[in-house]
Write a protein that binds this ligand. Structure first.
Ligand SMILES: Nc1ncnc2c1ncn2[C@@H]1O[C@H](COP(=O)(O)OP(=O)(O)OP(=O)(O)O)[C@@H](O)[C@H]1O
Ligand SMILES: [Mg+2]
Length: 679
């Protein structure tokens, strides 16, 4: 491996080499300033200077170094500009924001700008060669001159080709570097997007936007933008040949630039509407495939296909509009450019007849004018991508601004005393309607809370806020007196176990799911969690045990199996607060018993367990009850007190019904004063 010092000294040498090349060129111009310098030698000097700059940039910029260096190391070329692992970036680092990410490529952009400048100068070589051939070689019939300038031309073309090659590679790597810098941040934002914007917002959009920005940066579009500023210089050169030629070219340039601006105006709207209709269309596809069973069983394919067709037609129409505009402008600009080139020849011929210019001048001017307007052509051809990338950029900026990277939170001690909700008002993300209002309760360590209430009364909403998945619009949720947002979400997650009502497992093995996809998961902790959930026997019963692949959404498991594995995931690494939203809806008797044991286990080790339950059996494991009704806490207190208030007439009759049996089972006096530490 190359030592750091050796690397530094190599960099210094390369830099020095570059500087010497540039110094040579500068001194060449200074020394030659008194004498006549031919355009050919000037271009040669430019070529040498460009290699000097290339050397300096190679020593400086990462992306540039990669682009040039990769030519010899194709394995590195496959989009890995640095070996830094993306997932390990510290949360909240300021450099992860969009503009900062682009700013970090500043030196690479500078290099692209400089290369573009040199390329544009070198591109004059062809026309100057023609000028020399017509005006010098042919009249003098000098073969040595022809050979000399031809060799020079070949060298210049090679230099031009190399610069072009490096410029394209640098741009691809800028796109890659941007993606690398932002990919992790954008992905974590998409994970939080549904919690901010609701399900309405397409959570795939930020990734698509990043893709379109990277795609644009890596394509031909930016080269057109970098070449555009050179247009005036070409025009000035033509003006130097003859003012009439200059004015003709200027007129053509103005028309083409106006055309570009018009293309911009006309494509903006269809591009954004194509994005919307595209999202609607892909939303229908994912929804359809997610619910394939329902669709097949009830023959809904026809209806869904009709809906999709509508969306698809709209999308295709939007796309067609964009392509039509881009295509027609492309055709017009091409014709105009050819027309301009020919008019340059015509005007030039007229000037020759009037003896105001030489034949070489008209051909050179015609070629230069074509060259001057080529970037406009390219820009118009790439305008669709540019508008798409720009809109994506703005959308992405808005998403990242709305979801700032988490600040590095102070490491708090693990909670072990209590959990509290105070005056919480909760709305669903992206909506305004209050689903739960004025919710207050507190639970001490070692206790269990059962949340009951009719469907739609806000039980799941309440526990979503309790685990920090949804943020209450007012009021607070605290663990050991500290607001939930004082923890980083990762740190908080260690102290919370949550089993949602709709169990969602991820594609991966059973062990990975239980370990919450922790990179350094501990096998003992996984098995302990499975045992605590009473799922160990179930899991080892699978053919591949803990290594069983459970497929997308855990589809390889039955609903009850999923619930038990999700329970193990909630219990992984003994979190302080365990919240279970109807964990028994698919459980058999065994499963329910295991669940009750798991809940008692949590209480015994000094945790707090909260369970939302319709079926009352599991309430034997709790000592407090919270009854929800129409989004409000109707009652909260020790279990038997609440039940006594709710069912006063039934109370004296033991074990008469499920609800009553719970009340009877829980009737230990210790529960009432809240001192029971487990059963
Ligand atoms: N994502 C959401 N967006 C908008 N409204 C929602 C959302 N989730 C729930 N609601 C509304 O909030 C209310 C309470 O829903 P919640 O899921 O909390 O009820 P629940 O008590 O858990 O019912 P169940 O016993 O059926 O699970 C319902 O009226 C529901 O329509
Ligand atoms: Mg619910």
């Amino acid at each position: 491996m190359m030592g750091k010092a050796t690397f530094r000294s190599q960099q210094a040498k390369i830099k020095l080499f570059g500087l010497i090349l540039i110094a040579c060129v500068v001194s060449f111009f200074l020394l030659g300033s008194g004498r006549h310098t031919s355009p050919g030698s000037m271009l040669g000097a430019v070529a040498i200077a460009s290699f000097g700059c290339l050397a300096i940039f190679r020593a400086r910029g990462d992306a540039v170094r990669n682009a040039i260096g990769d030519a010899h190391h194709p394995t590195v070329a496959r989009g890995k500009p640095s070996a830094r692992p993306i997932g390990r970036r510290p949360a909240g680092s300021a450099r992860s924001e969009l503009s900062a990410a682009l700013a970090s490529c500043r030196s690479a952009f500078l290099a692209v700008g400089l290369f573009s400048g040199m390329l544009n100068l070198l591109m004059l070589a062809g026309s100057l060669y023609m000028l020399e051939v017509y005006d010098r070689v042919l009249p003098s019939r000098s073969l040595p001159t022809l050979v000399g300038i031809s060799i020079l031309l070949i060298i210049l073309y090679c230099g031009q080709g190399f610069l072009d090659f490096v410029r394209a590679r640098v741009l691809v790597r800028i796109g890659g570097a941007l993606d690398e810098a932002l990919g992790h941040r954008v992905y974590t934002s998409t994970l939080r997007l549904p919690l901010k914007a609701g399900r309405e917002g397409d959570s795939l959009q930020p990734m698509r936007d990043l893709d379109s920005v990277r795609g644009f940066l890596s394509g031909m579009g930016p080269t057109a933008l970098f070449d555009l500023p050179w247009m005036p210089i070409y025009l000035i050169i033509i003006l130097m040949f003859h003012w009439v030629l200059g004015v003709t070219a200027l007129f053509g340039a103005i028309v083409l630039v106006l055309l570009t601006l018009l293309a911009e105006r006309l494509t903006r709207k269809p591009v954004s509407s194509a994005t919307l209709s595209g999202n609607r269309r892909s939303g229908l596809i994912t929804a359809g495939s997610r619910n394939a069973e329902v669709v097949a069983a009830m023959g809904m394919a026809g209806g869904l296909a009709a809906r999709w067709e509508d969306a698809n037609l709209e999308y295709i129409a939007d796309q067609r509009k964009v392509s039509d505009v881009a295509g027609s402008f492309g055709a017009v600009s091409k014709v105009l450019r050819m027309l301009l080139q020919s008019s340059m020849l015509g005007v030039g011929a007229w000037l020759v007849i009037e003896e105001q210019a030489t034949a070489g001048v008209i051909i050179a001017a015609s070629i230069i004018s074509g060259r001057a307007l080529a970037p406009v052509d390219l820009a118009i051809a790439n305008w669709k991508g540019f508008v798409g990338a720009r809109q994506g950029w703005h959308r992405l900026s808005r998403v990242l601004a709305a979801m700032p990277a988490e600040a590095e939170a102070m490491l708090l001690p693990a909670p072990n005393a209590n959990v509290m909700m105070h005056g919480a008002a909760i709305v669903a993300p992206g909506t305004q309607r209050l689903l739960v209002q004025d919710a207050s309760f507190a639970m001490e360590a070692g206790h269990g809370l059962g949340i009951i209430g009719p469907s739609g009364s806000g039980k799941s909403t309440l526990v979503r806020a309790l685990v920090g998945a949804w943020q209450p619009v007012s009021g607070r949720v605290k663990l050991d007196g500290a607001d939930l947002d004082q923890w980083s979400s990762q740190e908080r997650g260690r102290h919370i176990g949550y089993l949602p009502q709709d169990v969602e497992l991820f594609a991966g093995t059973v062990a990975e799911n239980i370990a919450r996809f922790e990179p350094d998961a501990d096998a003992d902790a996984i098995i302990a969690a499975a045992k605590a959930a009473g799922a160990h026997e179930l899991i080892v019963g699978f053919r591949q045990g803990y290594e069983t692949e459970i497929g997308e959404h855990g589809e390889a498991l039955s609903a009850g199996q999923r619930q038990r594995i999700a329970l193990a995931r909630a219990l992984y690494r003994d979190p302080f607060l365990v919240v279970l939203d109807e964990p028994n809806s698919n459980l058999d008797m065994d499963g329910e018993q295991a669940l009750i044991r798991a809940m008692l286990g949590v209480r015994e080790r000094g945790g707090v367990v909260v369970i939302v339950a319709h079926r009352p059996n599991v309430l034997t494991a709790v000592d407090f009850v919270l009854a929800m009704n129409q989004g409000r806490i109707h009652d909260f207190g020790p279990k038997d007190e609440v039940f006594a208030k709710m069912f006063p007439t039934l109370r004296p009759v033991p074990a008469a019904g499920p609800t009553l049996r719970v009340a009877a089972e829980s009737g230990a006096p210790a529960v009432a004063n809240g001192t029971e530490g487990g059963n």
